[in-house]
Design a protein around this ligand. Structure first.
Ligand code: UD1
Length: 421
């Protein structure tokens, strides 16, 4: 249905008010996989209502688990796993469903899924995931687009060094290692906050993970994990997006249910642009933005605690209206500037060459017909349309719905003129 819908924004309204930030999509997905390890009823609170979370539930149901949602709480009952095959259409719906491989393989000793292939951001290789699982004793056959994985005598611990700190590979190894025999060390592990949240879930279930958040993560395999109850961490990318929306409107917002430490790489850049940002209490932030903003110079995306690649598109939208020239260097994904040509329809001046985009700030943007082609690129279009004069119509909403819960309702509640038709 999202395919026929449009978001319609009449730009130029100043945002003011309070937003309670949703739970993290990227935090939720590995926890769904972790819940499959526990052999009982795990409860995930603060689970955002997103199509990606629905896809994760469908994968769990396909392998025999039961998922029940009540508002933002999802209960996963993994007492019985009756199948070890993830169907192709579910793998295609969500490329990151490869995260289920480590969990299914370690619990059931086999797993069959289709190769995730490429995605909107370019090729999405899984070579680190497969190499690590092989080091842990998995036999993996890649045939006709399928991965047939077995570990007849179970997985065992290993010393794994990642050549790049991949978030998904770190999570997959942690999941696989938590029920493997012996100790696994992940060197050059990803340090993203979602890794720390996954470690704390596994430990609550009786697992033994240490070092998460640092570059070496150690997992001592245990025989059994028990189900647990967990509150999913706040979504730092949704928070970053709403900060950009506030800034583009010259507005003033309070974000609650957020973690300002996780957002530092983003708030540092917004402060350079002239926004004033304060954090108070355990989980509240305040942003005040006065136009015109100024360019932050060069922004390089990098692994945490560098500037997050997922926040690059909404920030780019903001810099189109900032005085001066901003250079974006995209170091994580090959093809992550698709939003640039859509932003140009609004009057933005952006030139792209390989992994570099140069944005020359303009005084005004004006409304246009836009199409989202990926999740965060879609968030960039919404951000820019809020700052543009006149009406913009945005299609391709299925991408945006993968990661933002009720984005039009949230923005309308703080004064945006936005509706879904
Ligand atoms: C996760 C996030 C995504 C975010 C990304 C980087 C989820 C569900 N998604 O994606 O939103 O943009 O981290 O912060 O959490 N790579 C390989 N081989 C592999 C694995 C990765 O070459 O086996 C490369 C990728 O192509 C990419 C880079 O490593 O260029 C980073 O990817 P990775 O950190 O794995 O991202 P994801 O876990 O897929």
């Amino acid at each position: 249905m999202a395919e026929q819908q449009r978001i319609i924004i009449s730009g130029g309204k100043r945002l003011e008010g309070e937003i309670a930030v949703q739970g993290a999509k990227n935090g939720a997905l590995p926890l769904f996989a972790a819940a499959a390890l526990c052999g009982g009823e795990s409860v995930l609170h603060n689970c955002p209502k997103l199509s990606d979370c629905d896809s994760a539930c469908r994968i769990l149901e396909c392998i025999g688990c039961k998922c029940k949602r009540e508002k933002n709480t999802v209960t996963v009952d993994s007492s019985v796993i009756g199948s070890v095959e993830v169907p192709t259409h579910l793998m295609r719906e969500m490329r990151s469903s490869i995260i289920f491989l480590g969990a299914i393989l370690t619990r059931c000793k086999s797993c069959r899924l289709s190769f995730p292939g490429g995605c909107e951001l370019g090729p999405r290789p899984i070579d680190f995931h497969l190499a690590a699982l092989r080091e842990m004793g998995a036999e993996i056959e890649e045939k006709h687009g399928f991965l047939d994985c077995t570990a007849p005598s179970g997985l065992h611990g290993a010393k794994i060094t990642l050549s790049f700190s991949s978030v998904g590979a770190t999570e997959n190894i942690m999941l696989a290692a938590s029920l493997a025999e012996g100790v696994t060390e992940i060197h050059n592990a990803a340090r993203e906050p979602e890794i720390t949240d996954l470690a704390s879930f596994i430990n609550k279930c009786g697992g033994k993970v240490s070092g998460a958040g640092g570059s070496t993560v150690t997992i001592e395999g245990v025989e059994k994990l028990r189900p647990c109850e967990h509150k999913i961490m706040p979504d730092r990318i949704a928070a970053a997006t709403y900060l950009c929306c506030a800034a583009v409107s010259g507005g003033e917002l309070i974000l609650t249910e957020t973690d300002h430490n996780d957002l530092r790489p983003v708030t540092a850049v917004l402060e350079q642009m002239g926004c004033r940002i304060y954090s108070y209490g355990q989980s509240n932030m305040f942003i005040n933005a006065k136009k015109p903003l100024i360019s932050p110079g060069t922004v390089r995306t990098n692994v945490h605690p560098g500037f997050p690649t997922d926040a690059q598109p909404p920030l780019m939208a903001l810099t189109t209206l900032a005085a001066g020239t901003t250079v974006f260097v995209e170091n994580i994904f090959e093809n992550r500037f698709k939003h640039a040509s859509e932003l140009a329809r609004l009057g933005a001046r952006i030139s792209v060459e390989g992994k570099v985009a140069v944005v020359t700030g303009v005084k005004n943007l004006s409304g246009a017909e836009l199409m989202a082609t990926d999740l965060r690129g879609g968030a960039a279009l919404i951000t820019a349309a809020l700052g543009a004069e006149g009406v913009s119509r945005i299609s391709g909403l299925s991408h945006i719905d993968r990661g933002y819960e009720n984005i039009e309702g949230v923005l309308r509640s703080v004064g945006a003129d936005i509706k879904r038709m």
